[in-house]
Every structure is written in structure tokens, then in C-alpha cells.
Design a protein around this ligand. Structure first.
Ligand code: SF4
Length: 128
């Protein structure tokens, strides 16, 4: 039996989740999966509670909470990350098309859309 601890972990509000699936790929550890049309953390040990998925959710269905959960399992997460790297598709900046292999990308929300913007284009986005 796994020992549990109080820690930060992702929570889905199923009333707000539309099942769009945008949150699945930003989760490098594969902690979020779609179950019956709703995003769920079904393996708590893969969720590190970093919250990268929150920024891409168009409805605000994802939040972080402190609750009792099994500890984050680094080894299990690394195995999933290595497996996912085999099907890795770099994301691109919606403004200039630069990919994440060449410049860091950040998630942004704009006019109801979730997009990626590179750190070179971000200042223009902020200051015009
Ligand atoms: S991004 Fe938000 S609305 Fe879309 S599946 Fe994930 S939790 Fe649901």
C-alpha cells in the first residue's frame, strides 16, 4: 500500500471541462488523460503539481489544490517522458513559427484561444 502525503496536485472541475483535450499534451509526465470526455489525473504519482496544464485550459477547469495523494514518482514519470519523446512534435510560436527546439515557448490565452508564444515575440505581444 502506498504512503500518502499532503501535496499540491491538479484538480479538474468536471462541470467546466468540455473535453477539448488541450491539457493532455502539455503534461510531459502523462498524468492527464481523457476519460469519458473529461480530463482526469488517474495516476496521482505522475502529477508533479507544476500546473503547466492550467495555462492551456480554455475554460478554467483545471486548478491546483493541496490534498492527500501518493507522492510524485520521478522514476515512473521519467519513463513516461522517455516514451513520449518517441512521438515528440515540437510546438511552434503562433506569431513567428519558431519551434521549441530553438526558443522557449510559453502558453498564452488570446481571444478565447490557447496558443504558444516564443520568448522573442512575447515582448511585442505585451507592449505592442
Ligand atoms: S483543457 Fe480544460 S476543458 Fe479541455 S480537456 Fe483539459 S480540463 Fe477539459
Amino acid at each position: 500500500m502506498s504512503t500518502t502525503t499532503i501535496r499540491q496536485i491538479v484538480r479538474t472541475d468536471e462541470d467546466l471541462c468540455t473535453g477539448c483535450g488541450l491539457c493532455v499534451s502539455p503534461c510531459a509526465e502523462g498524468a492527464i488523460v481523457m476519460v469519458d470526455g473529461k480530463a482526469k489525473v488517474i495516476r496521482e504519482e505522475l502529477c508533479d503539481g507544476a500546473g503547466f496544464c492550467l495555462g492551456v485550459c480554455p475554460t478554467g477547469a483545471l486548478t491546483l489544490e493541496y490534498r492527500e495523494a501518493v507522492p510524485f514518482d520521478h522514476d515512473a514519470a521519467e519513463a513516461i517522458v522517455a516514451e513520449k519523446q518517441q512521438n515528440y512534435i515540437p510546438q511552434v510560436c503562433f506569431r513567428c513559427g519558431a519551434d521549441e527546439d530553438h526558443v522557449p515557448l510559453l502558453p498564452v490565452r488570446q481571444e478565447g484561444r490557447s496558443e504558444w508564444v516564443c520568448t522573442r515575440c512575447l515582448p511585442t505581444l505585451i507592449h505592442g
